[in-house]
Design a binder for this molecule. Structure first.
Ligand code: ATP
Ligand code: MG
Length: 393
């Protein structure tokens, strides 16, 4: 018999949102619908702190839908589930027909019942016992283990149907994309900044990106690598606009005029000022960087303070307390690592000083800064700004 399959998504933090819950649910539903728009017709809706995804057309790709919704922020667990009428005989028949394929290979299991519809005649434990018993009959090698089962089967009596499923998978967690405001991510080609972007997007920040290039010192291919990273982030965000700004003239002027020890700090302050102006153009509330305390000379506390002094909006540095190894682990998990390690030059590695100041004094930095007409150079850089909208749908 062919059963109707759904994808069920359980919310994470949204359930705690009190009076604002509806707004978060709508944002989540919008994100899910957008992610499924090109793989068949689905009916997606929410009820009782669960998002239901019901395939409508025959060409719905449920495996791909599951893979995609796993990356939608705001979802704690995701599972394929079968829907059946709320009658014990039908539930048991469905359990023995549908579930073995999902349990195959496991030695231990348990069944959990959940009765949201209290009109159903069996209690949750009774229901679990009935379904568990029926499964043991058709899979006699299986053993019940209520503490550490390899597979957890769930039978849920809900509003419209009874749902059965085995082994829900973890979703992306976080809160729905775009519910926390808009952030401008300083996206380099490295490992850290995509991770930083992911971390704030997971907490609901809508991402806009800015990338600084320095052609001919950096190449066209370095920029394409950044576009690939942006596309990889789109698995979670749907779309990102990347603003590309050239720093070539600014870097050449810094090299020509300033004391070498201050090259990087002057450059980073200029990047901050430009980023703040781009943030304003696109109504972003904060900047986001991939900096981590003590990672390089420009990321000591003192250097970060000098950099921050050039910004007139808040700067988020979500990787600040992470070791490189921890950032790498996250980059692998979100799927950006392989692209990040492709070797290309970055504007920050052009004209790097032999002895960068790790404990800079702001007054000295300002003295160097005043030798250069940054106002004019930054205006010119912004006039030549290009942007590209990167999207996965
Ligand atoms: P990443 O691995 O992200 O490149 P990093 O460890 O190489 O970081 P830096 O090169 O010092 O560190 O850069 C620190 C942060 O400054 C980056 O995480 C990023 O947010 C920003 N940044 C650096 N280079 C660029 C660039 N070319 N365009 C935009 N932002 C940049
Ligand atoms: Mg870098």
């Amino acid at each position: 018999m062919k059963y109707r399959e759904f994808i069920l998504c359980k919310y994470g933090e949204i359930v705690l949102k009190g009076l604002n819950k509806g707004q978060f649910e709508r944002a989540l539903l919008g994100a899910v619908k957008a992610r499924l728009s090109d793989i068949g017709e689905f009916d997606a809706y929410y009820a009782q702190s669960t998002l239901y995804i019901k395939p409508v057309s025959d060409d719905c790709d449920l495996d791909e839908a599951l893979r995609r919704v796993k990356n939608v922020f705001g979802i704690a667990t995701v599972t394929r589930a079968v829907a059946v009428e709320k009658e014990l005989g039908a539930i048991i028949q469905c359990a023995v027909d549908y579930l073995p394929a999902f349990i195959k290979g496991a030695k231990t299991f348990k069944v959990e019942g959940k009765r949201s519809d209290k009109r159903f005649p069996l209690t949750s434990p009774e229901l679990a016992a009935e379904v568990g018993g029926a499964l043991l009959e058709v899979m006699p090698a299986l053993r019940v283990d209520v503490n550490k089962p390899e597979v957890t089967v769930r039978v849920e009596i809900r509003e419209e149907y009874a749902f059965l499923h085995a082994n829900a998978e973890r979703g992306a967690g976080g809160i729905p994309y775009g519910t926390s405001g808009k952030a401008l991510l300083l996206l380099s080609g490295g490992i850290d900044s995509p991770v930083a972007g992911y971390m704030v997007a997971k907490r609901g920040a809508l991402l806009e990106a800015i990338h600084f290039e320095s052609i001919p010192y950096t190449s066209e291919l370095a920029k394409e690598k950044v576009m690939t990273l942006a596309k990889e982030l789109c698995e979670y965000t749907g779309r990102i606009r990347v603003n590309v700004v050239s720093l070539t003239a600014i870097q050449e002027e810094i090299k020509r005029v300033a004391n070498e020890d201050y090259f990087t700090l002057l450059l980073r302050r200029s990047m901050m000022r430009i980023a703040c102006r781009v943030a304003k153009m696109h109504s972003c509330d904060v900047l986001v960087t991939g900096e981590s305390l003590g990672q390089v000379a420009s990321q000591t506390m003192r250097a970060l303070r000098v950099t921050d002094n050039a910004a007139n909006i808040t700067v988020f540095r979500p990787c600040i307390g992470l070791d490189k190894e921890e950032i790498v682990e996250k980059a692998r998990k979100i799927g950006t690592f392989e692209t990040s390690v492709i070797p290309y030059e970055d504007c920050c590695t052009v004209f790097t000083p032999k002895h960068p100041k790790t404990q800079p004094e702001l007054s000295k930095v300002l003295e160097e800064e005043n030798k250069i007409d940054f106002g004019r150079l930054e205006n010119e850089a912004l006039q030549a700004l290009e942007n590209r909208l990167i999207s996965v749908y």
